[in-house]
Design a binder for this molecule. Sequence first.
Ligand code: FE
Length: 131
Amino acid sequence: MTEKNHTEQEWKEKLTPEQFDICRNKGTERPFTGEYNDCKKQGIYQCICCGSTLFDSKSKYDSGSGWPSFWRAITSDNINQVTDGSHSMKRTEVTCKSCDAHLGHVFEDGPQPTGLRYCINSASLKLKENS
Ligand code: FE
């Protein structure tokens, strides 16, 4: 069975209440509060729900937004980008392709070479530090 097939109850048991709210109910952590906002450690950021490889610390930068920000995903094969019209804004939601976890949003005001800013909730991520 794939991670995608977890029931709501199973996700509740697997995740903390905050992780569940953000990843499974598209919540947003308060800015400047997340574990990885200021994190400068080197490694690979994985999906907290399923472990899928999402972002490399090498593409993390300080956007000043209060959320971990990356100028690219490790591979577009592991994420989905979905138009999100909630809260009267037109945004592009980023989700984990393997388990559908809500990760955050992507904006077009990031640094070169991509010009993208993946604005991601710490609660959706797990850093696997380089050894
Ligand atoms: Fe996932």
